[in-house]
Design a protein around this ligand. Sequence first.
Ligand SMILES: Nc1ncnc2c1ncn2[C@@H]1O[C@H](COP(=O)(O)OP(=O)(O)OP(=O)(O)O)[C@@H](O)[C@H]1O
Ligand SMILES: O=P(O)(O)OC[C@@]1(O)O[C@H](CO)[C@@H](O)[C@@H]1O
Length: 306
Amino acid sequence: MIYTVTLNPSIDYVVKLDDLKKGDINRTVEEYVYPGGKGINVSLILKELGYESCALGFVSGFTGVYIQSILSEKNLKSDFINLENGFTRINVKVKSKEETEINGQGPHICEEKLNMLYEKIDKLNSDDILVLAGSIPSTLDERLYENIMARIQNKNIKVIVDATKKLLLNVLKYKPFLIKPNNNELEEMFNVKLESIDDVVFYGNKLKEMGAQNVLVSMGKDGALLITKDNQILRSNVGRGIVKNSVGAGDSMVAGFIGGYLKNHKYEEALSLGAASGSATAFSYDLATNDFIKIIKSEIKIETLN
Ligand SMILES: Nc1ncnc2c1ncn2[C@@H]1O[C@H](COP(=O)(O)OP(=O)(O)OP(=O)(O)O)[C@@H](O)[C@H]1O
Ligand SMILES: O=P(O)(O)OC[C@@]1(O)O[C@H](CO)[C@@H](O)[C@@H]1O
């Protein structure tokens, strides 16, 4: 079974404006609400691709009720822990001449509730896949993903981590199967400016030396670079289309990678389906559909750089 963990889910309130004026009243031309949070997005795309998963994490308040109801309407398996405080955050995604996001902090998670999550994680079996994705509420310890990985280190569980800065760096010693920073996050982690694809390879390799088995660096409209466990360096292009809402493109890429890998254990296929899923979501208001992913996949080319 594939499990996704979203410690800090969200409702994504996507608004389209002609022009965003700071300090003024802005009126939307279109608006949408979607259940969000990185792990939940991964589960939703996995479902599109025909893979069952179970979404774990914390929900709270009226927004938490909404998320659970939408996921159950979509027949997505979930096993969330209800917090008795606060409410699941609402993240505002403004689509105007550029994309602007306001992500909430999310409710506090007390130790008792955190232990309930650990108990669920402890029940995972070998050969399960675990996706740890997204930020954690600011009141929690930055070693949280590391603590989860420590608990399961002796089981043969493939762990995929999509997080930033210390949250990601701290898990590397437990050898996650895959990490997926984007190019900006890679720059932040090493405090450098990436000037070329060679730079991306260089710093991606550093994450590998620090313990990651496979490193996938997504680069938005510039595609993605994968450094595999066996040191192959693969690069993907992107599909052709008009960007509608790139929120969730990275999560779609992670889901596509997992789906592609499970198909035949070939990294080319994993990267190709990952890239197609990422682009297809960027070209949709909501997350991509399987039909659209298939169309975009025919435009994806994988190049070997070494
Ligand atoms: N503008 C775009 N045009 C085509 N494809 C895109 C575009 N943006 C993203 N993608 C596809 O999606 C993949 C992941 O995108 P990106 O690098 O933006 O991830 P991310 O920063 O983790 O995204 P997010 O946090 O919004 O989910 C890219 O590698 C690419 O394949
Ligand atoms: O604040 P985080 O957890 O880093 O990111 C949350 C978020 O931006 O990530 C998803 C897209 O990747 C959205 O659905 C959600 O709003």
